[in-house]
Design a protein around this ligand. Structure first.
Ligand code: ADP
Length: 627
């Protein structure tokens, strides 16, 4: 069952809401202050206008001096203009703080993403939870965002209620003069209590109906999330430039357009949500409005009856009707906000479920001593690994030592476990069984940041940022230009000056700068190699380093392979077996097992071996006589 279909107790939603407010408070205290001041100023504006108007009516009806009426009119103009100005200014502040808090808000999730360990981040559960949060937010600001508007409603409602109580309080105590017949009943304390109770009941029933209508939105959240996902899929596929070629050649518009068509999306005019909006949701909303109208009639009736019986004059009728109407409006807003807070509880639970997700991997405390001699020895000891949720092991019983300063080639068919081996080596995952040792100590015992610092990796599906070339290479806003240029040179990006008109300051791609350089796959791969060189870590890992390079660039990289990996322990995954000749050792993987290890020449001598089979399968196209 979807967790968001389960309700959360009112007390729990208050706790969750308070936690969300404390997050906002830390992000942007001005949000609260501006909201409070704005609500107070708006209520003062409203009630001062009511009170002054009533005084003017009393003065005019009582035929007092024109000077008093003029003074009251002036006070009315002055207070209305100054309070309106103040309220408008405070509203700007409130909007400004709300907008800046919204920008900062994404940091909460991004910081969490960065702090999560890779195993947790890579899991489908984490992805689904995060998507749920984003889609709830997009659908109706449900979750942490909703608590901002809840605070605004709470403060506005409380200010309105407080002002209403202050102005309307004398209404109950103003006695109907003796001899008013049956209207003297209005003096009885029970009469006042009964009327207030009835009005409260009506106000609460009105907001109950409004809540019922609102609840349909939250009930439909899972459906709308799915709709948003489908719309996202359609829109992102349609606008993705990288897909444009495939889309045209295979006429793929039809297979994705169905996700946006009536009948498949939950948002169409004949969808369940639309039917509900026209049906029960609309009926509850209409009922809430009509009950509010009954409340207004009752207020007028009570005040007018008291005035008619002579309890107060015409001016006070204006004050009391306006004050009580606004008081009950405030009560109904407050109870509506409490209902929304309760409904939002389950969405806050989802949000905090993500924010509280612990990192799974054990975090060690040992530092990897920075050895000037680069003497780091790694050993895989009986390591097996199964991806979370997968049925089969991706690696089984791997035993291997990395001789310091050596170059190791890893070969094997697709899916044989080569990349998984690298991911374990870099501790993106921990082994399911066995252990990996660095200088004789389990790598889990080292501080993760220290350990990861030992590796420069060029992954098969590396990613570059649409930022300046130099920043991409250094992974930092500040970089050593000479070192960055020399790394580019070493990586074989010798024609970079032609491609990069502004040198290291040239933006990659055009996402952020219209004059950015559109890199070919090969150029991007060379840039990624330069990035790995710049890090200058003792271990250099290259996963298919020449996959996107043309034959000349590939030959160039292999020529420079010695220089690129000098003084480091290098691991190179490659399908081009000719690259194994440049390595001291070759490890052959097959179906998750390490089946052979030795030098290229040695392995070629075993005609029954996997390496022999792979080598000859490739060589036959280059040297048919070898087939
Ligand atoms: P290679 O790099 O040799 O092509 P991989 O190490 O990528 O192979 O994959 C080894 C096995 O692990 C394959 O069967 C693959 O389907 C599986 N695998 C890879 N990544 C994941 C993952 N994130 N979740 C589940 N299984 C995975």
């Amino acid at each position: 069952m979807d967790k968001e279909n389960q309700t959360v107790s009112f007390l729990k939603s208050i706790t969750l809401n308070s936690r969300a407010w404390s997050i906002w408070w830390n992000l942007c205290p001005g949000l609260f202050l501006s909201s409070l001041l704005h609500s107070a100023s708006a209520a003062l504006n409203l009630y001062t206008a009511v009170w002054l108007s009533a005084r003017m009516i009393t003065e005019v009806a009582g035929s007092s001096s024109p000077r008093t009426v003029i003074s009251l009119a002036l006070a009315q103009v002055l207070s209305a203009s100054s309070f309106s100005l103040l309220t408008a200014v405070l509203k700007r502040f409130k909007t400004y703080y709300a907008d800046s808090a919204s920008c900062l808000y994404h940091r909460i999730y991004m910081d969490k993403m960065f702090s999560l360990d890779y195993t947790r981040l890579d899991s489908q559960d984490t992805y689904s939870l995060y998507s749920q949060i984003i889609q709830n937010d997009a659908w109706s600001s449900l979750g942490i965002h909703e608590t901002v508007s809840l605070f605004e409603t709470f403060t506005a409602a409380c200010a309105q209620i407080l002002g209403g109580i202050i102005l309307a309080a004398p209404l109950l105590s103003a006695p109907v003069p003796p001899g008013s017949g049956s209207l003297s009943l209005l003096n009885h304390p029970l009469c006042g209590c009964f009327l207030i109770g009835l009005m409260l009941l009506i106000a609460l029933f009105s907001s109950f109906c409004a809540d019922k209508a609102q609840n349909y939105w939250t009930l439909y959240a899972p459906k709308t999330r799915l709709g948003n996902r489908m719309a996202d899929f359609y829109i992102s596929a349609a606008k993705d430039r990288k897909r444009a070629l495939d889309m045209r050649i295979y006429n793929q518009s039809e297979i994705i357009a169905k996700f946006y068509m009536e009948g498949n999306t939950p948002f169409g005019p004949s969808s369940e949500i639309a039917r509900c909006a026209k049906g029960p949701m609309g009926i509850w909303a209409a009922l809430s409005q009509s009950v509010s109208a009954v409340l207004t009639v009752m207020i007028y009736l009570f005040v007018c009856l008291k005035a008619w019986a002579g309890a107060f004059g015409l001016g006070d009728v204006v004050v009391y009707t306006a004050a009580i109407a606004n008081l009950f409006l405030g009560i109904s807003q407050l109870s509506g906000a409490l209902g929304r807070m309760a409904a939002n509880g389950r969405f806050l639970e989802t949000a905090f479920g993500f924010l509280d997700a612990p990192s799974i991997m054990y975090q060690g405390t040992l530092t990897t001593e920075k050895r000037s001699d680069g003497q780091y020895e790694i050993e895989f000891r009986n390591v097996s690994f199964c991806y979370p949720g997968a049925q089969d092991y991706a690696l089984r019983h791997i035993n291997m030592k990395f001789p310091i300063g050596s170059r190791l080639a890893i070969v094997g068919a697709n899916g044989s476990g080569k990349t998984t081996f690298i991911k374990l080596l870099c501790r993106l995952y921990d082994p399911t069984e066995g252990e990996i040792l660095l200088n004789g100590i389990d790598i889990r015992k080292y501080k993760y940041v220290d350990y990861i610092d030992l590796f420069s990796v060029v992954f098969q599906d590396f990613k570059l940022f649409a930022l300046p070339l130099g920043e991409n290479i250094a992974g930092s806003c500040r970089f050593d230009s000479l070192k960055a240029s020399s790394c580019l040179e070493k990586a074989g990006f010798s024609n970079q000056k032609a491609v990069m008109p502004h040198g290291l300051s040239t933006f990659l791609y055009r996402d952020l700068d219209g004059r950015g350089a559109e890199l070919s796959l090969g150029e991007a791969q060379k840039t990624a190699i330069a990035r790995a060189l710049y890090k200058d870590a003792p271990f250099m890992i290259l996963d298919e380093p020449t996959a996107a390079l043309d034959p000349v660039s590939e030959a160039e990289i292999y020529e420079k392979f010695g220089a690129i990996t000098r003084g480091k322990t290098a691991v190179c995954i490659s399908h081009r077996l000719s690259s194994c000749k440049f390595c001291d050792e070759v490890a052959v993987f097959d179906k998750g097992n390490l089946v052979q290890q030795g030098s290229h020449d040695l392995l070629l001598q075993d005609p029954q071996g996997k390496y022999y089979e792979l080598w000859h399968a490739q060589a036959q196209y280059y040297y048919p006589e070898n087939a």
